[in-house]
Design a protein around this ligand. Structure first.
Ligand code: UD1
Ligand code: UDP
Length: 372
């Protein structure tokens, strides 16, 4: 069989983390596949951190990031720029991930050139078009042009079946983020945040991240104020927040959280360090998608700072609790976990529903079968 050229396209930090294990696996099958790594660089610094940890060098780097970029900026730049790359390289398949604007625009460009599309982490849904925004609509649009669906769980498969997608085109693989967690376990690098945590072994460390567009403004302000309110009653609690580079997040976090001695605002962490920080945290507080999948694998309870989640498996398993962004609700949920040992134990010991770290292998096997 002639080698198949597989273009793997991504642009943001979480896509890179979740596609890196797929690229590693493609490279192991070099007699079948020629991987072509295309980064849009919708993110710049946060993407480069991941490329570095996973030792990846892109074949194409579109370098599109602008400060405070609008969704139209990203969509237009990716759509137009990637057209030329696909025309030149003529990939046999394009792989995109999840629900970012990079993934949506790349899938649309592949569709226009009638190139088969594989969607990694397909099928997640809230069925609320503004939550998360614009990701819910991005992933629905991507799934309308997808040929091969790689879904993390049976629940996600059901979403696609209810949308009348063809069952034979759907594979339940687990989430590749668990593959990534297995990979980062092997690095031993040090970081000052790890030293900080080790310097206070009796402290309880809360890991906070927030970045969603629908959280900008009041929801984020409420959560940050809730954290400050809580701190006064618990002298053994410290907060670590690696602050997303979005200028909106930076400014709110600095204004509200930047002046408390037990709240530590740090730069985005490299993912291997971040996983170790998470593993040593007492509670994760987040509106992130990826963290909702990683924390159950690292036995840390997650309070989800959103009204809805597309990850109901984690809620059912007991690791995730959707608390929203109301100040009082956030404080109450935090206090419960800090004071009620049984509630804490139940969340921390729930089973991880997102896979066994072999998702990338299953994805590559399915792609092989597709070409056979
Ligand atoms: C994007 C994705 C979101 C994903 C998130 C992961 C879309 C619409 N959103 O949101 O689904 O959850 O990434 O983090 O695709 N910035 C930098 N350096 C970086 C990264 C970002 O300076 O390395 C700043 C830039 O000013 C940029 C802003 O952050 O304009 C926002 O980045 P953008 O990619 O537009 O949106 P995110 O909120 O990061
Ligand atoms: N992450 C990281 N460094 C950080 C914060 C997060 O490497 O300082 C990783 C985290 O392990 C997860 C991913 O980034 O795999 C989540 O990215 P983000 O929350 O930005 O996006 P989402 O998952 O919500 O799309």
């Amino acid at each position: 069989m002639e080698k198949k050229k597989i273009a793997v396209v991504f642009g943001t930090r979480p896509e890179a983390i979740k596609m890196a294990p797929v690229i590693h696996e493609l490279k192991k099958h070099s007699h079948f596949f020629e991987p072509l790594v295309v980064v849009t660089a919708q993110h710049r610094e946060m993407l480069d951190q991941v490329l570095d940890v996973f030792d990846l060098v892109p074949d194409y780097d579109m370098n599109i990031m602008k400060r405070n970029q609008s969704l139209s900026d990203v969509t237009a730049e990716v759509l137009k720029g990637i057209e030329a790359i696909f025309e030149r390289e003529k990939p046999n398949m394009v792989l995109v991930h999840g629900d970012t604007t990079t993934s949506f625009a790349a899938a649309l460009a592949a569709f226009y050139q009638q190139i088969p599309i594989g969607h990694v982490e397909a099928g997640l849904r809230t069925y609320d078009k503004y939550s998360p925004f614009p990701e819910e609509v991005n992933r629905q649009l991507i799934d309308n042009v997808t040929d091969l669906f790689f879904v993390p769980t049976d629940e996600t498969k059901q979403n696609l079946l209810s949308e009348h997608k063809t069952e034979a085109h759907i594979s339940v693989t687990g989430n590749t983020v668990i593959d990534a967690v297995h990979y980062t376990k092997n690095t031993q690098r040090r970081h000052e945040v790890l030293s900080l945590m080790e310097s206070g072994p009796d402290q309880r460390w809360l890991l906070l991240t927030m970045h969603r567009r629908e959280s900008y403004g009041l929801p984020m302000k409420n959560v940050f104020e809730a954290v400050i309110e809580l701190m006064d009653g618990y002298s053994d609690v410290e907060v670590i927040m690696p602050v997303h580079l979005s200028p909106t997040v930076q400014s709110l976090a600095n204004d509200i959280l930047g002046h408390h001695e037990r709240v530590h605002l740090v730069e985005p962490l490299e993912v291997d360090i971040f996983h170790r920080v998470m593993a040593q945290s007492f509670i994760v507080l987040t509106d992130s998608g990826g963290l909702q999948e990683e924390a159950p694998a690292l036995d840390v309870p997650v309070l989800v700072l959103r009204e809805k989640t597309e990850r109901p498996e984690g809620v059912k398993a007991g690791t995730l609790k959707v608390v929203g962004t109301d100040k009082h609700d956030v404080v109450t949920s935090l206090k419960e976990l800090l004071e009620n040992e049984e509630a804490y134990f139940n969340m921390a010991t729930a089973i991880n529903p997102y896979g066994d770290g072999q998702a990338s292998k299953r994805i590559i096997n399915q792609i092989k079968q597709y070409f056979n």
